[in-house]
Write a protein that binds this ligand. Structure first.
Ligand code: ZN
Length: 262
């Protein structure tokens, strides 16, 4: 299948899916997310593929959901419309990465913000360049209850997740590695090679054993309530989309977007 907003390639046993809107810091439009999900499905079904890498073309992994598109197309969605849109593209697509039967590696350079943070952290492993930084500022900037998929406490620990979300600050690669959210940090020039080397090492292992190991590791999180916690947060996040705080930000944003468009 042909893709416009992601780049898809298969090299040996490794499939690579890159956010491919570098002129927009790889912002995740609805098309990009649909294509990412389709590519993940294609790689999952391709018997030659054993490991899937998700990355970004250019200096950034992804600056997050395409808010300009959101302002233009979805600012006045009803509760029902927004719930359906976000349930498919944000919650369900993220869980497809988590549930992918093959191991996934996020290869992160530059920004992995909000929606980008979410996609990277639903992958099994993260290799980061020393330019990488992570942030989820939407509580402060949009008046929303974090992003749609609250993977944060599971990958960074509860107390760090609170610090990260309450302040909206950036977490750079070194700290992300120290707290265990990122597996490896390498020089930016080495990122692609280091990601491929790790992918090839995993691809050399017996694939069914890897698949069963991933199932068990993910189930150990599910037994602790991972999936139910994500489902509960998704509903809470939807509530935050209709708060006075959120609507005030939306209306300010819409006004400035209209002004900028003149
Ligand atoms: Zn949302």
């Amino acid at each position: 299948m042909a893709y416009n907003e992601i780049a898809y390639s298969v090299t040996g046993a490794i499939a690579r899916i890159d956010h491919n809107r570098p002129e927009n810091r790889n912002a995740e439009s609805s098309t990009l997310l649909d294509e990412l999900a389709a590519a993940l499905d294609e790689a999952s079904r391709d018997e030659a593929v054993r490991v899937i890498v998700i990355g970004g073309t250019g200096p950034h992994f992804s600056a997050g959901h395409d808010l300009k598109e959101g302002q233009l197309k979805r600012a006045h969605f009803t509760v029902e419309q927004r719930y359906a849109y976000e349930e498919l593209r944000y919650l369900d697509y993220s869980l497809r990465i988590w549930d992918c039967p093959k191991p996934t590696i996020a290869s992160v350079r530059g920004a992995a913000i909000a929606g980008g943070f979410m996609v990277a952290n639903m992958c099994d492993l993260i290799v980061a360049s020393d330019t990488a930084f992570f942030a989820d500022p939407v509580c402060r900037t949009l008046g929303a209850a974090a992003v749609e998929v609250l993977v944060h406490p599971w990958v960074m620990g509860l107390r760090t997740a609170k610090d990260f979300l309450f302040t909206g600050r950036r977490m750079y690669a070194e700290e992300a590695h120290r707290i265990g959210m990122v597996n490896r940090v390498v020089a930016d020039a080495e990122l692609d090679a280091a990601t491929m080397a790790l992918a090839e090492e995993i691809a050399a292992a017996p694939p069914f054993a890897i698949k069963m190991t991933k199932r068990s590791l993910n189930r150990s999180f599910d037994i602790q309530g991972f999936r139910n916690a994500l489902m509960a947060h998704f509903d809470t996040h939807q509530l935050s989309h209709v708060s006075q705080e959120f609507l005030a930000v939306r209306d300010r944003g819409l006004a400035s977007a209209i002004k900028a468009g003149r």
